[in-house]
Design a protein around this ligand. Structure first.
Ligand SMILES: NC(=O)c1ccc[n+]([C@@H]2O[C@H](COP(=O)([O-])OP(=O)(O)OC[C@H]3O[C@@H](n4cnc5c(N)ncnc54)[C@H](OP(=O)(O)O)[C@@H]3O)[C@@H](O)[C@H]2O)c1
Length: 321
């Protein structure tokens, strides 16, 4: 299935094809030519570019952030807005929270910023919603410079491993793993199919996956969540390797214990443990802490890194004796 972006000229396409050299229309240039040859590639394959292309040249960079209405995703959106990014603010049910996030982003944006902040409902666990999300972002922003896979859920109830249910497993894995895996695949294919038409200096897409200390720290009362985060961590490596040839770095940010709605149910429990030294830096993490880390990636502070894990956890990961 191939769809040309609605109302635009036909140079930037969104398809549901898998990332595969044999299938790509841009195979000759997209797969085989080194990153440094993009200028020549651009000239050789110059398409009838107008609408979207011109918008991309003049417009603000754009980020697609899943689960950006509240919590960590909102902190990331505001952090990127400060840098002049426009943001597609994905949410699943809370439209008003997403609109509030858009208003906060607008306040945070630099004075002369042209950036737009657009709420978009989509359930990342559903294939048709992911396709609609990508199409929306491309339609409104013309291009995606940064994909942040942030949306995630905790199990509805924390349940011991010996009683944990398949229903909870499917719910957590569909949102926290299947969603980001296939959204990343779709966005990666969009980039691979269109990057060669653009200036390599100005178009350097990036991916950030928000995992958790649960990617390696075992909690036997939420095994499904730990498994999803551990797999998301592997997903970072997989896409980092696969997309390196296109100049697309992939990063994993591993937050520790962050004050959001997700942790509000266990607030008191963690309060005590943090003050007793669970984390060497004895405070809760904030959404802004994570937003700053994503901003550093957006600003290309790590130009020779990919697949890297950035811990934003107050030192939780440090082994002590
Ligand atoms: N809080 C922590 O201590 C902590 C620590 C480590 C990692 N993390 C990870 O950080 C990410 C954000 O967590 P948070 O604490 O900010 O959570 P949160 O406050 O509960 O916010 C969750 C966000 O994800 C969205 N969302 C939930 N299910 C979705 C779906 N199926 N499709 C699209 N969006 C969906 C929600 O949208 P609505 O507003 O519409 O519901 C909301 O924007 C998660 O991946 C989480 O696992 C959190």
């Amino acid at each position: 299935m191939e769809s040309v972006l609605a109302g635009q000229s036909q140079q930037v396409t969104v398809t549901s094809q898998r990332l595969d050299h044999q299938q790509l229309p841009g195979k000759v240039v997209a797969g085989a030519v080194p990153f440094c040859c993009w200028g020549a590639r651009f000239l050789a394959h110059r398409m009838p570019v107008s609408g979207i292309f011109l918008r991309m040249l003049s417009g603000s960079p754009a980020a697609l952030i899943t689960g950006a209405s509240r919590g960590i995703g909102r902190g990331i959106a505001i952090g990127l807005a400060r840098l002049g990014y426009g943001v597609a603010i994905n949410y699943v049910t809370r439209r008003e929270a997403a609109e509030e996030c858009a208003a906060l982003c607008l306040q945070a944006a630099p004075p002369n910023s042209q950036a737009r902040f657009e709420p978009i409902q989509a359930d990342v666990s559903r294939g048709e919603d992911r396709a609609r999300l990508l199409e929306f972002a491309c339609d409104r922003f013309g291009w995606i410079d940064l994909l942040v896979n942030n949306a995630g859920v905790a199990p509805r109830t924390r349940t011991d491993l010996l009683q944990a249910t398949e229903e909870s497993f499917d719910y957590v894995l569909a949102t926290n793993l299947k969603g980001p895996y296939f959204l990343t695949q779709a966005v990666a294919n969009f980039w691979v199919e269109n990057l060669f038409k653009l200036s390599p200096e100005r178009h350097k897409p990036k991916i950030v996956n928000i995992t958790s200390v649960s990617a390696y720290a075992a909690s036997v009362n939420r095994g499904d969540y730990c498994l999803a985060k551990a797999a998301l961590s592997m997903m970072t490596k997989l896409f980092a390797i696969r997309l390196a040839e296109y100049g697309i770095p992939v990063f994993e940010i591993r937050p520790g214990i962050v004050a959001t709605d997700m942790t509000s149910a266990v607030k008191e429990q963690y309060e005590g443990r943090i003050s007793e030294g669970l984390t060497p830096i004895r405070r809760w993490g904030t959404a802004e802490d994570v937003g700053r880390a994503v901003a550093a990636i957006a600003e290309e502070r790590f130009p020779f890194s990919t697949g890297e894990v950035i811990n934003v956890d107050g030192g939780f990961h440090l082994e002590r004796l």
